[in-house]
Design a protein around this ligand. Structure first.
Ligand code: ASP
Ligand code: MG
Length: 410
């Protein structure tokens, strides 16, 4: 009798070379032999997706998005076939599929397609006898074109399949032991978090914690799919991400995130009239530029400066659009700053605790780190600081909120 379906997703680092693929095969076979029906989702080998994009860019800076998807979807096809072979070698039956073969139907927005339907009949059928391996990150559009689901999209494939198959669990295997209170490469005593709510994980991921793709968490939250983030190099329990439970409220700050990939743009001397901000941000949105923080100063002269942050990769496009806009609305110069870092704290306990922002600002003040921008929401506070202080800021905030490992008294 089967113990039910288990979905396991292995990220790029877990399948970076043949040795690691063989290690994954062992883990998959162990789950099968423990009595589960196993569905495996794999990412492309190591950084091979980046390398494919790089090849495209050697030809043109703006490749056709249809062809780009055709190209980058191949990475996952390589890893899923190799994994199937490695499992065969261990004496178990396994079969690999592309997204299209298992009916992952998406809309037509290449490079960031949305899943609109999954026809899991083939998987269910094969699962009766075999381990099923599915290429992550890809689907087929309603027009029969190959699409991809946005960078890190294998997470989304895993969550979506776990939901459709009504799986017992959705395990995300990576090269770290779970989600940490801060990046362990930046903060030495960062601690692995045992449990997080979907909301917190979503914020941490959106604010720069690169363990899970934000979209996949949104999906998991919508359908209540619990996720277990863990390491493919150990058997330790990792981080469980689920709906909020009562005990989570007591934790004011769960983690500190750092994003160094944004840039700040300022439009100076913007006329202070109703409708101007609407006009500016409408045009920017139309260019598909994702604006994050926005700060507008009080105006005493009927003109005000508006600063906002955008992904660093969109900076040039943004400056061009902003210059044009400034002319149209009668504003002044455009200035920009690439040397910024956004440091954020996240925690659901913030809803019921006051003074959290003050503690964060104090931590920065003690180290004489200047805050350039601030934004807050119910469960997060972000500060923009000079890029060269980004990591230091993470360390002092982590320390101030006592998030590190408990120090053993000597
Ligand atoms: N290989 C894709 C990427 O690097 C998808 C994934 O890893 O989830 O973004
Ligand atoms: Mg990858």
């Amino acid at each position: 009798m089967s113990k039910g379906i288990i979905v396991q997703k292995y990220g790029g680092t877990s399948v970076a070379d043949i040795g690691r693929i063989q290690n994954v095969a062992k883990k998959v076979v162990a789950a099968k032999r423990a009595g589960f029906d196993v569905v495996v989702i794999v990412s492309a080998l190591g950084h091979s997706t980046d390398k494919l994009i790089e090849l495209a860019h050697q030809i043109t800076v703006i490749p056709s998005e249809r062809e780009l998807d055709m190209l980058i979807s191949t990475g996952e096809q390589v890893s899923c076939a190799l994994l199937a072979m490695a499992i065969h070698k261990l004496g178990e039956d396994a079969i690999s599929f592309t997204g299209a073969q298992v009916g992952i139907i998406t809309d037509t927005s290449f490079t960031k397609a949305r899943i609109i339907d999954i026809n899991a009949k083939r998987i269910v059928e094969e699962l009766k006898k075999k381990i099923v391996i599915v290429a992550g990150f890809q689907g087929v559009s309603v027009n029969q074109d190959i699409t991809t689901l946005g960078r890190g999209g294998s997470n989304l494939t895993a969550v979506a399949l776990a939901k459709v198959l009504n799986a017992e669990s959705c395990e995300m295997y990576t090269d770290v032991e779970g989600v940490f209170t801060a990046d362990p490469r930046v903060v030495k005593d960062a601690r692995k978090i045992d449990r997080l709510s979907y909301e917190e994980m979503f914020e941490l991921a959106s604010l720069g914690t690169q363990v899970l793709q934000p979209r996949s968490i949104e999906f998991a939250m919508k359908f209540g799919v619990p996720i277990h983030v863990r390491s493919s190099f150990s058997n330790k329990i990792g981080t469980i991400i689920s709906r909020e439970v009562k005990a989570m409220e007591h934790i004011v700050v769960s983690g500190v995130a750092l994003n160094k990939d944004e840039a700040k743009v300022t439009i100076c001397d913007v006329p202070d009239r109703p409708g101007i901000a609407a006009k500016i941000f409408k045009v920017i949105a139309k260019e598909n530029i994702n604006v994050d923080m926005i700060v507008q100063n009080v105006s005493r002269t009927h003109a005000t400066d508006i600063s906002f942050t955008v992904p660093g990769t969109d900076l040039h496009k943004t400056i061009k659009v902003a210059k044009e806009l400034s002319r149209r609305v009668g504003a002044g110069d455009i200035t920009f700053d690439k040397d910024i870092a956004k440091v954020s704290i996240v925690g659901i306990g913030m809803r019921s605790h006051s003074g959290v922002a003050a503690i964060m600002f104090e931590a920065l003040a003690e180290k004489r780190i200047n805050i350039e921008m601030i934004s807050t929401s119910e469960i997060k506070i972000s500060c923009v600081v000079n890029k060269k202080y980004g990591e230091k800021a993470v360390r002092v905030i982590h320390e101030k909120f006592g998030l590190g490992k408990k120090k053993v008294k000597k």
